[in-house]
Design a protein around this ligand. Structure first.
Ligand code: NAP
Length: 496
């Protein structure tokens, strides 16, 4: 126990679903003096930042929500982004989180003071905020990536990154280009194609797309979910089990269950065949890497866009951007008025961590991860970083819905803080041995996954870090992850 009184018991960085889940759990554990610092001007994380046309969840909403806070009012099986944002606001109100939140605060760094037993969180506006506990919930997909195309600054039309959408932007009369064919582009492209005079899609790597079974949830069903929550719980269990089967058999146990993975690829190819008439276009839209190397996506509208006479698929490499268009490596120039960058996020260079974090003995987390290996015990704590919970870290992403990850981490926090209470301590640190054991086990298990046992060459997947290691996903079923979060050996931590 230390005598120093910091400004707050806990600082949580990020007011998205991860940060809010962490705050709810901290309060349950009796840590109530919490400051939640958020760089954006409102809460909701991804669902506040992203508001491009077509935005919707790609995990059915019964599962993409906190299990302890079901929402019977989702309008569709896959709710649109606006409903997710509204749900985030509802959670903030119900769990009284808003009064902890401060918006527009960019955290520049955090340093551990071992003598005082506190973290000092430095903000870009020059403040130093101290806290006993530091929790980072800065997201995986939160640092937008804009490629440095030669000449991009000379472009005279509009450039819009999907994370900085201009609401109401009108594509009527515009020749548009979208660079990128990830999950964001798959949702956005059909919307732009509807209104733009002409659309060129610049694809570097095709993506596996499977049909999306989506429909409005009828009012009587919503009423039933509200009146008998068990029914929505059952729907959640069925949907979560399907996702789990996809993840465990399609991705994590590829070596043992290759036919399951191949079946998913066949489904996507059949989907493409029914949607796109031209064989050459179909060939160009077909990935050359195994299903699951990259996060697959769901859409009934994406492929068929390429049948339209006013949409072109451009697969030649981009050489440069000129004031009025994009030049590709066969010399063709595509003249455009609006350039949409659906180029995703930088995970491994500027995230992990999202700002400089220095632990005990001056250990720099980012440097340590980059110069050694990316690692975090149970995807949440790191040796040499006392009283630090890193919610978006290597091996933390469990299952397909982010809420599985969040709730697993909440369970971990409950067990850890329960033990600290029992011991009357206010300091924890994971041991080097426990961390190494977890890393070894994860590394070994990943050997069976599609990332290592399959063919992911050419997938350019963000599941792989700059060392070529697939260190994002936790290679375990969500059930065993949740069990482990409830039962990890308490002696894996030291307490003081
Ligand atoms: P992404 O999957 O990283 O896709 C980025 C796209 O930009 C890729 O097609 C990439 O091509 C392309 N790109 C990047 N740099 C390029 C360059 N220099 N030249 C040409 N192309 C370039 O990003 P995202 O589509 O934003 O999706 C990220 C993740 O967000 C998804 O995987 C999903 O987990 C999540 N997401 C979820 C939802 C949802 O739930 N509804 C919606 C959207 C996104 P390469 O593949 O060749 O690198």
């Amino acid at each position: 126990m230390t005598d120093v009184r910091p400004d707050h018991e806990a600082v949580i960085v990020g007011a998205g679903f991860g940060g809010m889940g962490a705050a709810i759990e901290m309060k349950r554990q009796g840590v109530t003096d919490i400051a939640i610092l958020e760089r954006e001007d409102d809460l909701g994380g991804t669902w506040h930042v992203n508001h491009y046309p077509g935005l919707a969840v790609d995990i059915a909403s019964v599962t993409y929500s906190y299990s302890f806070e079901p929402n019977p009012d989702w309008s569709r099986l896959f709710a649109p982004g606006t409903e997710l944002k509204a749900y985030a606001e509802h959670v903030a109100d119900k769990y009284d989180l808003r009064r902890h939140m401060e918006f527009g605060v960019v955290v520049a760094g955090a340093d551990w003071d071992d003598d005082a037993g506190v973290w000092t969180v430095r903000t870009e506006d020059g403040r130093a905020i101290t806290a006993r506990y530091l929790l980072t919930a800065t997201g995986f997909l939160s640092q937008p990536y804009t490629p440095d195309f030669p000449g991009i600054d000379s472009f005279e039309g509009e450039i819009i990154h999907t994370t900085a959408w201009r609401d109401g932007y009108d594509f009527h009369g515009k020749r548009a280009a979208v660079i990128g064919t990830g999950a964001t582009a798959v949702q956005l492209i059909p919307e732009i194609a509807r209104t733009a005079t002409h659309l060129t899609v610049f694809q570097r790597t095709p993506i596996w797309v499977v049909p999306k079974i989506d429909f409005p949830i009828p009012a009587p069903v919503r009423r039933l979910f509200g009146a008998v929550p068990l029914t929505q719980k059952a729907a959640r269990a069925v949907n979560t089990s399907l996702l789990e089967a996809l993840m465990v058999f399609g991705v994590l146990h590829y070596r043992q269950a290759k036919p399951g993975n191949q079946l998913a690829a066949l489904l996507s190819k059949a989907h493409l065949r029914t949607q796109v008439r031209d064989a050459g276009t179909r060939r160009r839209l077909t990935p050359s890497y195994d299903f699951g190397c990259k996060r697959p996506t769901f859409s009934n509208h994406y492929f068929r866009v390429f049948n339209r006479p006013d949409v072109d698929l451009q697969t030649s490499s981009i050489v440069r951007v000129e004031p009025d268009g994009i030049v590709v490596d066969d010399g063709t120039k595509v003249e455009i008025d609006t350039l949409v960058l659906a180029t995703g996020f930088n995970l491994w260079d500027v995230n992990f961590p999202a700002f400089a974090i220095t632990g005990r003995n001056g250990r720099d987390l980012g440097k340590w991860w980059r110069e050694g290996r990316f690692q975090a015990y149970e995807g949440i704590t790191v040796p040499h970083f006392p009283n630090f919970l890193t919610l978006n870290s290597p091996y933390s992403y469990s299952g397909l819905s982010y809420f599985t990850t969040i709730e697993g981490q909440m369970r971990h926090m409950a067990r850890l803080f329960g033990e600290m209470r029992r011991r009357g301590s206010d300091r924890f640190e994971v041991t080097e041995q426990a961390n190494e054991r977890f890393l070894d086990r994860a590394t070994e298990r990943l050997g069976d996954s599609v990332f290592y046992a399959g063919d992911c060459s050419g997938s350019r997947s963000y599941y792989f870090n700059q060392h070529g290691e697939a260190t994002l996903l936790r290679p375990q079923s969500t059930l065993s992850t949740l069990r482990e979060m409830d039962s990890f050996p308490l002696e894996d931590y030291t307490y003081a």
